[in-house]
Design a binder for this molecule. Structure first.
Ligand SMILES: [Zn+2]
Length: 482
C-alpha cells in the first residue's frame, strides 16, 4: 500500500464531531494544509482553495483520529510471547499496525512485549512513513518486581550472566526489568529514558495468585503444584513505585501502572503518583481512591473489554474460528491460540491452577466493573480507553477492536459522546499531546477519521470506517486501493 501525498486536502460537506462539543455540526468544510488543520467552516462560508485534493463526503461523519491508550503492537493476543519465533516480529508488527490504522486509530500508547527494545526502531520507521501505522508512544520493557509473572526470573531462574545469554537466545529480552530497591528504580528509569521511551510502564502486583494466597490452604496447594513462595507473594513495594514516579517526573516521563487485582494496590499506585492505572480491579473501589485520582488528575484505563472477550471466547470457542478472527490472527498464530484456548478449557475442567484462577477471578472483574465505572463517572475521574489488543495471557483480543471497549462503557451508563472522548480528547491529555491531537481544531494535526454514519447514534458505527487521515495523508480508504 502506497501513501497518497496531498499537501492540501479539503473535506467538503461533512458532519463534524470535533471532540470538544457534545453535538454534531452539519455541512462543514475542513481544510488541511501540510498536515495541519488550517480551517473549519460551514460549507458555503468560505472559498474552497484550488490545487489540492477535494473530497466530497455528504452524509458522512468525521471524528478526531482515535487514540488507543493500551495496545501491544508486537503481540497478537494469543500468548504469542510464549512463541516469539513463530512469526518474524516485523511481519507481525506491520500487520498489527495496518489493522490498527484501518480501525481509525491514528495514535497508540504501546505497552511491552517480547524483544521490547525493537519497538524504538519500529516507531522510527512508522514516523518516517516506511511502515503504515499509528503514531506510537512506546514504553519499552515493563519495570516489575522479581518473580512477578512478568519477571524474566519466573521463566529463567539462573545467574544474571547465564540469563543474559538465555534471554537473547529465547528472545524474551526486553519484556521486563526487575527492580529490587529504590536506588535501582531510579537508575532503571534513567536508563530507559536514554533508550528512548516515551513513558514508563510498571507492573506492581506481581502475582495473579495473590488473592488466593491469603488462604493458607490455597497457598499450600500452589506450593505443591511447584510455584515458588516468591512467585505467589510477589508485589512491588509502594516506596519503589514512588521512587519510579518521582524519577520519571524529573525526566518528564509519565508512568502507567498495571494494576489488576486488589483495590488496595490500585489505591497505593494512586498515592505513589502514577499518571494512569491500567486494567480493572477485582473488588469495589473506594470513594477515596477516585477522589484522589480526580484531585491528582490520574486517569483510569480499564481495558475491560479484554476480560469480557476472554470469558466469551472460553465459553464459546467457536467464536475463535470465524473468518474475521483468522484474518486478524493468521497462521501460525491462530493454531497456537487455538491450542492454548483448549489447554485453558481443559485446565478449568480439571481444576488446574490457571483454570482455578480463571474460574474464581474472572467473573469478579465483570461483577465489580459496572459499579466502579459508575462511581468513577460520578466522581469525575477521567477515563482513557485502551483495549489491551495483542496482550497475551488473557483476552484473545486481536487488534482493531477499540470501539468494543467503548461499547462496554456505554452499556454501563456512559454517554456515547463521553465514550468517544475516552478515545480522543481524554487519551490525548493522558498521553501529553492534547496540544496536537485528540480534537478537530484549527492548528492541530490533521488526524481525522471519516465514518459512514454517526457514532453518537450507535457506537458500533465507529467500526464502519470510510477514510483514515493521518497528518493530512490518506492512509486508509475503504473504496480506493491506495
Ligand atoms: Zn496490556
Amino acid at each position: 500500500m502506497k501513501k497518497q501525498k496531498a499537501k492540501l486536502l479539503v473535506l467538503k460537506d461533512v458532519d463534524l464531531i470535533d471532540g470538544n462539543m457534545d453535538n454534531i455540526q452539519k455541512n462543514m468544510v475542513i481544510i488541511i494544509r501540510n498536515g495541519i488543520i488550517e480551517k473549519i467552516r460551514k460549507y458555503g462560508e468560505l472559498e474552497i482553495p484550488k490545487g489540492g485534493q477535494i473530497i466530497t463526503l455528504s452524509g458522512k461523519t468525521v471524528i478526531p483520529g482515535l487514540i488507543d491508550s493500551h495496545v501491544h503492537l508486537c503481540q497478537s493476543g494469543v500468548d504469542d510471547f510464549m512463541k516469539p519465533f513463530a512469526e518474524r516480529l516485523i511481519t507481525k508488527f506491520k500487520r498489527n499496525c495496518l489493522i490498527t490504522i484501518r480501525s481509525g486509530v491514528t495514535t497508540v500508547r504501546n505497552m511491552p512485549g517480547v524483544r521490547g527494545y525493537r519497538i524504538f526502531k519500529y516507531r522510527k520507521k512508522v514516523a518516517q512513513g516506511k511502515i503504515v501505522g499509528p503514531r506510537i508512544l512506546a514504553s519499552g520493557p515493563a519495570i516489575t518486581t522479581p518473580y512477578s509473572y512478568f519477571s524474566i526470573l519466573s521463566f529463567l531462574p539462573f545467574s544474571p550472566f547465564v540469563r543474559f545469554f538465555i534471554e537473547r537466545l529465547f528472545g524474551v529480552r526486553g519484556l521486563s526489568i526487575d527492580v529490587n530497591n529504590e536506588k535501582e528504580a531510579k537508575e532503571i528509569v534513567r536508563r530507559l529514558k536514554k533508550e528512548g521511551v516515551d513513558f514508563i510502564k510498571t507492573i506492581t502486583p506481581g502475582s495473579p495468585y495473590y488473592p488466593f494466597a491469603k488462604e493458607e490452604k490455597m497457598k499450600l496447594e500452589l506450593l505443591q503444584k511447584g510455584l515458588k513462595k516468591e512467585q505467589i507473594e510477589a508485589s512491588m513495594q509502594p516506596e519503589i513505585l514512588k521512587a519510579i514516579t518521582e524519577e520519571a517526573y524529573q525526566l518528564n516521563l509519565k508512568v502507567a501502572c498495571h494494576n489488576i487485582y486488589r483495590p488496595e494496590e490500585f489505591y497505593e499506585a494512586v498515592v505513589a503518583g502514577a499518571n494512569s492505572i491500567e486494567h480493572s480491579p477485582i473488588g469495589l473501589m473506594s470513594e477515596k481512591t477516585f477522589d484522589l485520582m480526580k484531585e491528582k488528575g490520574i486517569f483510569w484505563v480499564p481495558t475491560i473489554y479484554a476480560f469480557y472477550n476472554w470469558k466469551n471466547i472460553i465459553d464459546n470457542p467457536e467464536l475463535f474460528e470465524t473468518a474475521e478472527i483468522k484474518e486478524l490472527i493468521p497462521e501460525p498464530l491462530h493454531s497456537h491460540g487455538k491450542k492454548s484456548l483448549q489447554q485453558l478449557r481443559n485446565d478449568i475442567k480439571n481444576g488446574g491452577i490457571w483454570g482455578k484462577f480463571y474460574k474464581e477471578m474472572e467473573p469478579l472483574q465483570q461483577k465489580y466493573f459496572p459499579e466502579n465505572l459508575k462511581l468513577a463517572i460520578e466522581k469525575g475521574v477521567k477515563i482513557a480507553a485502551g483495549v489491551d489488543c495483542g496482550a497475551g495471557g488473557a483476552g484473545y483480543v486481536p487488534h482493531g477492536q477499540l470501539y468494543k471497549e467503548l461499547e462496554v462503557y456505554i452499556n454501563n451508563g456512559m454517554s456515547e459522546f463521553s465514550a468517544i472522548q475516552t478515545a480522543t480528547k481524554n487519551a490525548a491529555e493522558l498521553l501529553g499531546i492534547i496540544d496536537k491531537v485528540g480534537t478537530i481544531e484549527e492548528g492541530k494535526v490533521g488526524n481525522i477519521v471519516v465514518l459512514e454514519s454517526n457514532p453518537l447514534k450507535k457506537i458500533s458505527n465507529l467500526n464502519n470506517v470510510n477514510l483514515v487521515i493521518k497528518r493530512g495523508d490518506i492512509v486508509y480508504s475503504k473504496d480506493v486501493e491506495l
